[in-house]
Design a protein around this ligand. Structure first.
Ligand code: CA
Length: 232
């Protein structure tokens, strides 16, 4: 944890849930602010400073979707985790399309949310360039220079491949679905685009960086679900 504790803003109208989350995050060393409806959540996020925003979907005044769309529309890049209801698959997509970075489905465990907050902070640091150089399975990556090296062999990467690796690693420990790749890396607003595009691009990337593309160690396949980062 850096010297200045990261600040988390929780926008949630269920008091018990908000309190529980706040307590758990404070216990981890975060500074926590609370808002209990859409308009005050929007105002608090805009005012800042906020390092991670936890945003419920169903809120009085304005929905979480409205809040994130408005913030993104005004250029606010705060990493945002949406709290979506179980079974509301459409909310997940809608949240990601609106500009959210991640989502957690209710009911969730506090440990899960804490892990996601940590992942968002890591990702934000990576976006600032602190995490552009890393190694996995004997390959040294330098995403700033779009270069991978296995031993003495230099492997040039395309910007898209760099984005894929950056995104996959920022979600370490989670499965990244093809739809999510399309939304977050290809920036397609609709998942109607062939998800095969994702598979083909990842297959080409594997051919370049994996020791054995048929038995990958860096870009893992999660059968029937998507992909996962193979490193820590
Ligand atoms: Ca709610």
């Amino acid at each position: 944890m850096p010297a200045a504790a990261p600040r988390v803003l929780i926008v949630e109208d269920e008091p018990a849930l908000a309190r529980g989350l706040a307590e758990a995050l404070r216990f981890q060393g975060y500074e926590v602010d609370l808002a209990e409806d859409g308009p005050s959540g929007y105002a608090a996020a805009k005012r800042g400073p906020v390092d991670v925003l936890i945003l419920d979907v169903m809120l009085p005044g304005a929905s979480g979707f409205d809040v994130i769309r408005r913030l993104r529309g005004e250029g606010h890049r705060v990493p945002t985790i949406m709290l979506t209801a179980r079974g509301a698959e459409a909310d997940r997509v809608r949240g990601l399309e609106g500009g959210a970075d991640d989502y957690v489905t209710k009911p969730f465990s506090l440990a899960e949310v804490i892990a996601r907050v940590g992942a968002q902070l890591r990702r934000a640091r990576m976006d600032r360039g602190d995490g552009e150089r890393f190694a996995c399975d004997g390959v040294d990556f330098d995403l700033g220079r779009l270069l991978a090296k296995r031993g003495e062999a230099e492997i040039p990467l395309t910007p898209r491949e760099g984005e894929i690796l950056r995104y996959l690693r920022s979600r370490a420990g989670n499965v990244v679905t093809r739809d999510e790749f399309l939304l977050k890396v290809w920036m397609y607003k609709s998942a109607a685009v062939e998800t095969r595009t994702v598979d083909n691009t990842l297959a080409a990337l594997r051919k370049k960086i994996e020791r054995d593309p048929a038995d990958p160690a860096i870009v893992l396949t999660v059968r029937g679900a998507g992909y996962r980062w193979g490193g820590a």
